[in-house]
Design a binder for this molecule. Structure first.
Ligand SMILES: [Zn+2]
Length: 332
């Protein structure tokens, strides 16, 4: 049975529509369970009191390959005993039909559907429900630290190659330890979200009190074309998170973190919505106050302060959806 873990990603894609749940023990030290396609949980048999409960998700966007390759390798290393987990961990490969086709999604963006009351007819809606259910089961009665890192790669280049979105905490304090962990992963640009969303990371933060981030590890590339050396720090830190009882992290004041908060959320209201910077402008590129950033019928969107930067611009979204965020530097 453990052979399915040698390439769990390919196995998950092949069997996405005819999944047989399985459970077995690896070398008497780790229990392996899988109840739904693309999701596998490892539980150490002898659990210490300082137990972490960790969710690592990837492939929520089907063409974001590098994090899937990182997770697939961790799974096979756990299976062959070269990576021993001391903490509970659940790996999730998100949108399996989209992964099979190496496309971002089939009908709609899965990472806008993680809301308990989600409804709709798209191919992605049932998957969002299945994954929320899997995460709820995983965190039910989980005592100790809860973590969920939803791993992505960005569509466009970023001025800061790796960055993470810290979901809105509704007034709860930010965790400096989590920011130190991100920094040691090589992720030093952090966007502090200030609104409720229906992303996977927001879901686990809001409804399961987990420390969560949406982590953007670099730029989208096809399977096999990722330069894995660029992901070495993140890969190494996730392995340490699964393995080590206590993580020694770089002190907060020595982390080269750059924090940003959202200044403008720009939604697309008309078909003629256009961005006023070139298509290859990197995320976190900043502009002087007054620069015209985007426009559409009856509306212009300009930088309101010097140093205001753009993130996730996409003029091709559906009417009513977010076409761009602008951000400004901030401190905790
Ligand atoms: Zn993504």
């Amino acid at each position: 049975m453990s052979t399915v873990l040698n390439d769990f990603l390919s196995y998950s894609i092949e069997h996405a529509n005819n999944w047989s749940p399985f459970s077995f023990t690896l070398g008497e030290h780790t229990t392996v369970t899988s109840n739904v396609s693309g999701v596998v949980t490892f539980t150490p048999v002898d659990r210490g009191p300082e137990q972490r409960h960790i969710v690592l998700s990837s492939g929520v966007h089907g063409n974001e390959t590098a994090p899937m390759e990182i997770c697939n390798k961790m799974i096979s290393d756990i299976a062959d005993g070269s990576l021993l987990v001391s903490h509970r961990v659940m790996f999730i490969f998100g949108n399996l039909p989209a992964i099979a086709l190496q496309t971002r999604f089939i009908e709609e963006n899965l990472n806008r559907l993680f809301a308990p009351d989600v409804s709709g007819m798209s191919a992605e809606v049932p998957r969002a429900k299945v994954l929320m259910h899997a995460v709820s089961d995983f965190f039910a009665d989980a005592k100790g630290e809860r973590h969920h890192y939803d791993l992505h790669t960005a569509i466009r280049a970023s001025k800061n190659e790796k960055f993470a979105v810290y979901p809105y905490l509704h007034g709860l304090p930010y965790s400096k330890l989590e920011l130190q962990f991100m920094s040691d992963c090589g992720v030093n640009t952090i966007l502090l979200s200030q609104s409720s969303t229906a992303t996977f990371s927001y879901y686990s933060s809001r409804y399961h009190n987990a420390h969560t981030f949406t982590v953007e590890l670099g730029k989208v590339k096809p399977f096999g074309e990722n330069d894995m050396a660029r992901f070495a720090s993140a890969d190494n830190m996730f392995r340490r998170l699964l393995q080590e009882p206590v993580l020694n992290l770089t002190p907060y004041n020595e982390c080269p973190l750059q924090l940003y908060e959202v200044n403008q959320v720009v939604d697309k209201h008309h078909e003629d919505f256009a961005l006023h910077f070139s298509d290859d402008t990197a995320n976190f590129t900043d502009f002087p106050k007054g620069t015209l950033l985007a426009s559409e019928s009856g509306q212009e969107y300009r930088a309101q302060v010097d140093g205001e930067a753009i993130v996730f611009p996409n003029a091709d979204v559906a009417i009513g959806q977010r076409a761009m965020l602008t951000v400004v530097p901030c401190e905790l």
